[in-house]
Design a protein around this ligand. Sequence first.
Ligand SMILES: [Ca+2]
Ligand SMILES: [Ca+2]
Length: 153
Amino acid sequence: MFYYVLICLFACFQNIVCQCQNGWIHNSTSCYYFSDNTKTWDTSSASCQAHHAELAVIETNEENMFIWSEMTKLGGFFWLDGTDEFSEGQWEWASTGEPLDYSNWFPGEPNNSNGQEDCLLTGGVYKTFWNDSPCSNQIKYICEKKLENPVIG
Ligand SMILES: [Ca+2]
Ligand SMILES: [Ca+2]
């Protein structure tokens, strides 16, 4: 806890807001929201954007393990920001258009089962691993927003 306060003080000194709003969880330079309710990938993405966030983009193993540590408390599958709906097999993060430089696919995935799996999920039976799934499935979702500079008025 003391160590965390030191980091937080340093972050504040650097003009970085070090707290997440209620219901959001801090990790590294982001705040995360893990939903209770279930939605399609599109409506999940829209819900995140309504909170000035995007579906979570996982860029490192550390971040993936943080996500897993929270998912284990809640249970269920969760949507991430990844999709290949624009070009089959070309996986990208929808919010940035960047390819998945880091990935943690379950063995045999992505398999585009029945030719209609274009959205990225994690958790559930896949645990820390990732699977491509039909975007119309209704599951939980994870939003992510970067810690922002404070507004100085
Ligand atoms: Ca696909
Ligand atoms: Ca699949």
